[in-house]
Write a protein that binds this ligand. Sequence first.
Ligand code: NAP
Length: 311
Amino acid sequence: MPKILFAALPERWATYEPHLRQALADAGVTDADLVLAADPAEVDYIVYAPNSDVQDFTPYTRLKAVLNLWAGVEDVAPNTTLAVPLARMVDEGLTEGMVEWCVGHVLRHHLGMDAHIHGQDGVWRNGDVPPLARDRAVGILGLGALGQDVAKALAALRFDVGGWARSEKSIAGVRTFHGPDGLDKILSRSEILVLLLPDTPATRNVLNADRMARLPRGAVIINPGRGPLIDDEALIVALNSGQIAHATLDVFREEPLPETHPFWAHPGVTVTPHIASETRPDTASQVIAENIRRGEAGEPFLHLVDRTLGY
Ligand code: NAP
């Protein structure tokens, strides 16, 4: 009977418990003991949120895997007390939510919606007709579970989509780039740039002053990835100079974003409070249950984190 500890904020238990129980039953893990508290020495799996109380995994002596509820693992991957496989969340609900958020914010800037939303002043501004999507170059940094689906959705709308990852990719309708040379190439063509990279030692400050200068003048940055991907001070300078026309930011180095942070008041910044997409308990529970089924059957886990790379 595998003992499964739910280690997330306690208020999430009521939402997740019925979905996890159902998903475990559906996956055929009928003898699971799903609990909110347990003797660490008896726990087989931890369903984990990195903001839970569990930060030292040493007492979990018979642990088989940690199953992260979040896509981002930057707060748990470096944990040196963790000595078992770590799986991250790849959830179709989370992906769908991210596609909707990104497409919405890309369309906002592509269509120049703000000019009309804020311009209800009796002036008939019909001079600027937006180009077709096919004439708008959008770049996606990160072509993983989220970035690939965002790229495909934008390509389906006929945007001229480019995507960049660490390894080479082939995605229908998307110009793909990889490695350091590929980064320069995608930056130089992207009028709208979406960041869907993980926060790792290799991606921190990927968008620094030099890289922002490589974007076409007046480019828009959309960041639902992680705050540390962007050099905040360099972004403010680039916004003030007009090199960057607007930044829509969902994630920040410090969250909640402090009230005094210049992003709040800057006219070229839209702040959204880390709501681009959330793990959805119904679909995510199926992913967790499938991984527990695999663990019990001795099969390889899905969505394992490479802890040397940090994602
Ligand atoms: P993923 O499947 O792990 O994909 C990560 C992508 O980034 C991969 O394509 C990977 O390249 C690429 N990458 C990683 N390091 C790189 C490097 N050094 N150079 C170039 N490319 C690199 O992750 P995901 O599920 O798509 O999620 C991406 C991130 O979104 C998460 O880590 C999280 O921070 C963020 N997120 C935010 C929210 C929100 O609400 N704001 C919600 C969910 C997730 P390869 O394909 O070559 O490995």
